[in-house]
Ligand binder design. Structure first.
Ligand SMILES: NC(=O)c1ccc[n+]([C@@H]2O[C@H](COP(=O)([O-])OP(=O)(O)OC[C@H]3O[C@@H](n4cnc5c(N)ncnc54)[C@H](OP(=O)(O)O)[C@@H]3O)[C@@H](O)[C@H]2O)c1
Length: 346
């Protein structure tokens, strides 16, 4: 495992981060404990969660993942060994049960959300606090085109940054980051921070995998020049890049079997690209998921790849990607496939 600096902060994080969003629905508390024990014992010092987890989100389970992590931190007495990242939801009609349903990145919401997360996590500070998605109309979550919305109620970024600064000053948050962001948002936040209006963004948590390399077109340069590295989520494309869904397979209990409405990785182009990457991995005698994780974690603009697992076999398998160095020949073949299957699942 190697360790990298989170933005310009003094926080060092492992190149793999443990995703947590299955804990509380797909995984039990005991299974989550086993994952955290194993990850920490084998070099992962970085866990990513969110107030809205677990998925699939609901009023009944809201906050449960943070509670599980808090119980584990308390039981293991290891708070200082773990870099804990969590997130505040953005606006949206899907969360009538969060802060009255009108969720925004105002100082008032930021304070309320952080205080509730601290309670659930049973800690007095969050290492990385992230804005889960922008508080404005923009094209994220697979939307290709930007469509301005004259009706939007966007919190001015200055206000958000002022709220984050208060949380840093209060010692409740050490570093801040964005998620599902675009170059405009990251660059505006960094410029405002440089003008003295609040903390710099230390990271960008966006989707990135062999099936979705759109981050490279604009944000990779921003990540490197602004010292604001990518925390790459869904490096195995939510399981698709294992190849287990090919040819119409529906593995029992797997995420896309449980919630087939999530089609991001299952269009015609996504399936063709998946088959090509899985075949390539097999030609090199590699496990497709390990190849996918090793590719993501080794990109120069990536600070950490956030892996998810629903059982210990998956977790051990995907963590072993840290022992894998992709050869120049394989990297060249991956580029050829990327040229043929360009952004199949943005
Ligand atoms: N900021 C955001 O908007 C956002 C969005 C998504 C995720 N995230 C973060 O990123 C983390 C990881 O996301 P992700 O879970 O989508 O990442 P991922 O690593 O691409 O997918 C993980 C899922 O794929 C399946 N899988 C993984 N390895 C496997 C293997 N070797 N064999 C068979 N199946 C395997 C498992 O699901 P099944 O067993 O169900 O198939 C597992 O839960 C989340 O927990 C969360 O912390 C953030």
């Amino acid at each position: 495992m190697d360790y990298r600096r989170l933005g310009r902060s003094d926080i060092s994080v492992s190149s793999l981060c443990l995703g947590t969003m299955t804990w509380g629905v797909q995984n039990t508390r005991e299974e989550a404990f086993e994952q955290m024990d194993h990850a920490l014992a084998h070099g992962i010092n970085f866990f990513d969660t969110a107030e809205m987890y677990p998925i699939k989100q609901s009023a009944d389970t809201y906050g449960r993942t943070e509670e599980i992590i808090g119980d584990w931190l308390e039981a293991r007495k290891c708070r200082e060994k773990v870099v804990v990242a969590t997130k505040i939801v953005g606006p949206g009609s899907a969360f009538p049960y969060i802060r009255g349903g009108e969720t925004h990145h105002t100082p008032e919401h930021l304070h309320a959300a952080v205080d509730a997360s601290l309670r659930r996590l049973k800690t007095d500070h969050i290492d990385l606090y992230q804005l889960h998605w922008p508080d404005r109309a923009t094209n994220t979550f697979g939307k290709l085109a930007f469509e301005p919305n004259p009706e939007e109620r966007m919190t001015p970024l200055e206000e958000t940054l002022a709220g984050l600064e208060e949380l840093v000053q209060a010692g409740k948050v050490r570093a801040v980051g964005v998620s599902n962001e675009n170059p405009w948002g990251v660059m505006r936040f960094q410029a405002l921070a440089e003008a003295g209006l609040g903390p710099r963004m230390a990271s960008i948590q966006n989707p990135y995998s062999l099936l979705n390399r759109s981050f490279e077109t604009r944000l990779a340069e921003v990540a490197i020049r602004e010292d604001c590295g990518l925390l790459a989520y869904a490096p195995v494309a939510a399981g698709a890049l294992t190849g287990k869904y090919l040819d119409g397979h529906k593995p029992p209990g797997a995420r896309m079997t449980l919630w087939p409405e999530n089609r991001r990785y299952f269009g015609e182009q996504g399936q063709a690209a998946t088959r090509a990457y899985v075949d390539l991995a097999r030609r090199y005698d590699l496990d497709p998921a390990q190849m996918a994780v090793a590719f993501v974690a080794s990109r120069p603009f990536v600070t950490s790849a956030i892996i998810g697992a629903t059982d210990m076999v998956q977790l051990r398998n995907n963590m072993a990607a840290t022992d894998l160095t992709l050869s120049d020949e394989l990297l060249a073949d991956l580029e050829k496939l990327h040229a043929r299957h360009t952004y199949p699942c943005p």
